[in-house]
Design a protein around this ligand. Structure first.
Ligand code: MG
Ligand code: ZN
Length: 95
């Protein structure tokens, strides 16, 4: 599934609830899922990890929908190189 298709899917599934909830509370849900991802990363359960990555991504997409951000368009900033150094293989010095 492409990013744009996934964003549309999430929009169709959840947008009414998401807009009513608003950005600040949607952001809290995203952070909660990031916490769940942190817990999953501490295990050896690959399926759990994958599931939590999906949850984090879904809530990130949800937040983008509430804010009216087109993620397909947003990630374009990485399409032609690192936004920091402009290279396809990053040469930025910070770690
Ligand atoms: Mg979760
Ligand atoms: Zn770079």
């Amino acid at each position: 599934m492409e990013i744009a298709d996934f964003q549309k899917l999430i929009e169709q599934m959840y947008s009414a609830k998401d807009r009513a909830r608003g950005s600040p509370r949607t952001f809290l849900w995203l952070i909660e899922e990031i916490g769940e991802l942190a817990s999953a990363l501490a295990t050896d359960n690959k399926a759990d990890k994958a599931g939590e990555f999906a949850d984090v991504f879904a809530w990130l997409v949800t937040l983008a929908n509430v804010e009216g951000v087109d993620l397909n368009q947003a990630v374009e900033k990485y399409a032609h190189g690192c936004p920091g150094c402009g290279k396809m293989v990053c040469t930025c010095t910070e770690k």
